[in-house]
Design a protein around this ligand. Structure first.
Ligand code: ADP
Ligand code: MG
Length: 311
């Protein structure tokens, strides 16, 4: 006998313990209830992953559960928000208990790591589609926005670039010598929560790099009415990514490939000494609109849009 919708939620998605002090009521009623501490704002974000669009048919469900939550927590990180709770809307073609067990393990495993409560959701049947809404706390008026970069700001990046892009190339048939690291980066991104929290009061603008650095940084530039110059020589690239570039000549991959989930942020020079997190200075914000790249001694416009649906 197939498991009922409510039994499914109970069995796979009802966490043993409520961990966040803001959760007044979790799964089970028509709504969850959150109570917010004074002096904070609620940061809210949603991301959907659709089979065949965001992930391949047959993707390991545990990795999928991790990534679905990670991409949402990454959005909270980019605002400097502390994750609080999430809702999960699942559209499933059928009830596959093995699949659900693995998916819940990946999802709730990461949730536990950041003390995030799963407080509700919806479960329907249809083509495999996974949606999370994530909520986090940010001190009132202190969220890191895309719209507040200033000319003269230094541009920084956490972690390295292009590793997840290389993982995707590997899945699509490109042979790299040691694919495990890039494969993991593609499938199991780490949301940069601690970095985001540490940037409150220091960074002027911030974005998470989900669709490629060039495209995502361009969102900061457009919303802040500024431009930027990136320094090719300063980009943090792993040996594997450098080997890929050497091999293929595809040097722009690290600037355009998605799924890095690092934070790109800007800091005024006076505050640069206050940075405590691991990051690399990769460029500078300028008054002239547009994105430029300094490479081999010349500065050229760099035009690249990130991945866009419907285009
Ligand atoms: P309603 O019909 O009132 O929307 P549901 O039967 O859809 O209620 O859901 C019952 C409870 O289970 C609600 O608290 C809802 O938030 C929760 N829920 C439903 N699906 C999920 C899910 N996939 N993950 C977590 N909670 C869920
Ligand atoms: Mg419902």
């Amino acid at each position: 006998m197939p498991i009922s919708e409510f039994a499914l939620i109970q069995r796979f998605f009802t966490q043993q313990a409520v961990t966040s002090s803001s959760t007044r009521l979790g799964i089970g009623d028509d709504c969850a209830l959150l109570s917010l501490p004074d002096g904070y704002e609620l940061a809210v974000t949603t991301d959907t992953m659709v089979e065949n669009v965001h992930f391949f048919v047959g993707t390991d469900p545990e990795k999928l559960g991790h990534k679905l939550l990670a991409v949402n927590l990454s959005d909270l990180a980019s605002m400097g928000a502390k994750p609080l709770s999430v809702t999960l809307a699942l559209t499933l073609p059928k009830v596959d208990e093995k699949w659900l067990t693995a998916f819940a393990k990946g999802f709730l495993g990461l949730a536990e790591r950041y003390s995030v409560d799963l407080i509700g959701g919806d479960t329907t049947s249809g083509p495999l589609t996974l949606t999370v809404q994530a909520m986090g706390l940010v001190p009132k008026g202190k969220a890191l926005l895309r719209s507040s970069a200033l000319p003269g700001d230094f541009i920084y990046l956490t972690g390295s670039l292009g590793e997840a892009g290389l993982g995707l190339k590997h899945i699509r048939g490109y042979h790299c010598a040691n694919p495990q690291a890039s494969y993991n980066r593609f499938h199991k991104p780490d949301p940069q929560i601690e970095a985001g929290l540490a940037l409150i009061g220091i960074a002027n603008a911030c974005i998470d790099v989900s669709d490629g650095l060039a495209g995502d940084l361009s969102h900061i530039l457009e919303q802040s009415n500024v431009g930027a110059c990136l320094y090719w020589d300063a980009l943090p690239l792993s040996d594997a990514v450098l080997a890929y570039i050497n091999d293929t000549g595809d040097w722009s991959m690290p600037l355009t490939a998605g799924d890095d989930y690092e934070l790109c942020f800007t800091v005024s020079p006076e505050k640069a000494d206050l940075l405590t997190i691991n990051c690399t200075k990769i460029g500078i914000i300028e008054a002239t609109p547009g994105l430029r790249l300094r490479k081999s001694g010349t500065v050229q416009p760099f035009n690249s849009k990130g991945y866009e649906h419907f285009s």
